[in-house]
Design a binder for this molecule. Structure first.
Ligand SMILES: C[S@@+](CC[C@H](N)C(=O)[O-])C[C@H]1O[C@@H](n2cnc3c(N)ncnc32)[C@H](O)[C@@H]1O
Length: 338
């Protein structure tokens, strides 16, 4: 059993929820910056969406490689002086040992850490650790760019999709349903995780694009149904989880007025209520729904939430910042407890 320190991404609350669901363990330490868990198996960063680095807790930092030239770095999340003192001590130590230690800046390290031997010391909340894997945004960007169809106007972020799928607690071979599948980012991430997926998309051209993207992955068990989700129970037998960043109303290039926001919110309440009614028919008992709900800040200074009747238990709600949009978002976790 080893202690692993997980450096959290931009939204610590979402990362906490993700780690809690994936590892089902009480942390040794938990803060806005990191979480420490004792685990039997080395965690795999590729399966997580909300984690920047995974590190192993150590008492001391040493270079243990055989070659005398190597890359190294130090991430100091505390900035209380200890990290800087450690950096100087390590530099002196390398000189004394006649090692050619090449310092890599933080931004350069993720691409190096997974490929080459790199000694990356981490100081976080007073803990000392050594990085064993780092999230590399370039890898995800490269994959997204190779995809046949990208539609930045409607596509979810691959990273958020992965976090939401993990929070849904879906297990391999489970059936995941996205009732507003767009070009299929959630479906694609779930397929890569070994889930069977069903996507519903009302717009015929978008449904075709989603099919092209899933064909391109050349794996998995998937189905895209071109339908209105308000009738999804006529086309879907059963599912284990529902994960979706749904339709959120017309595109807003300005903060809406109260009247405008009210109209959009009421329309969405009606749509979501009807879709949740259908989900209640097909979702297995105990299954989770991880859904992004919008809220609207108005020019008059009010905040309008979308609230509708449904039969599910609300387990968690976390605000999620989405750059370049006028719509506020919350990731909400519901459970079918009936
Ligand atoms: C925000 S996008 C979905 C993003 C998607 N979850 C992903 O993984 O990229 C919303 C999609 O819902 C579709 N849509 C809107 N109303 C719908 C409805 N009633 N039934 C099914 N799809 C709908 C839109 O055409 C749009 O493609």
């Amino acid at each position: 059993m080893s202690s692993y320190l997980f450096v959290l991404g931009r939204n610590p609350q979402l990362s906490h929820l993700e780690l809690e669901t994936v590892y089902e363990k009480k942390p040794i330490h938990k803060s806005e910056k990191c979480v420490i868990l004792e685990l039997d198996k080395k965690p795999d960063i590729a399966t997580l969406g909300g984690i920047v680095k995974i590190c192993e807790i150590v008492d001391e930092i040493h270079y243990k490689g055989k070659k005398n030239a190597f890359y190294w770095g130090l991430s100091d999340y505390d900035k209380d002086g200890y990290g800087e003192a450690l950096r100087k001590t390590l530099q002196k130590q390398f000189v004394k040992q006649k090692l050619k230690a090449i310092y890599k800046r933080e931004s350069e390290r993720p691409s190096v850490v997974n490929k080459y031997r790199l000694l990356d010391a981490v100081v976080c909340d007073g803990f000392l650790a050594k990085t064993i894997a780092a999230y590399n945004p370039d890898e995800v960007v490269q994959r997204e760019e190779k995809k046949p169809v990208n539609d930045f106007m409607i596509a979810s972020s691959a990273r958020l999709a992965r976090i939401m799928i993990n929070i849904s607690n879906a297990q391999k071979k489970d059936v995941l349903l996205d009732p507003f599948c767009g070009v299929g980012v959630v479906l694609q991430e779930a397929t890569l995780k070994g889930l069977r997926v069903i996507g519903i998309e009302k717009d015929s051209l978008t449904a075709k694009k989603a099919r092209r993207n899933l064909h391109w992955l050349k794996r998995g068990n998937w189905e895209i149904i071109e339908q209105n989700s308000t009738q999804l129970a006529d086309h879907v037998m059963e599912c284990d989880v529902v994960v979706s960043e749904p339709y959120m109303g017309e595109f807003l290039d300005k903060i809406p007025t109260k009247k405008q926001a009210h109209r959009i919110a009421r329309g969405l309440e009606d749509l979501y209520a009807r879709v949740f009614e259908q989900i209640a028919i097909v979702l297995k008992k105990g299954g989770r729904i991880v859904f992004v709900l919008p809220y609207f800040k108005t020019r008059e200074g009010d905040v309008l939430r979308v609230s509708f009747k449904h039969p599910f238990f609300e387990r968690a709600r976390v605000a999620y910042e989405h750059e370049g949009t006028k719509i506020g978002r919350e990731v909400v976790v519901f459970e079918n407890v009936k």
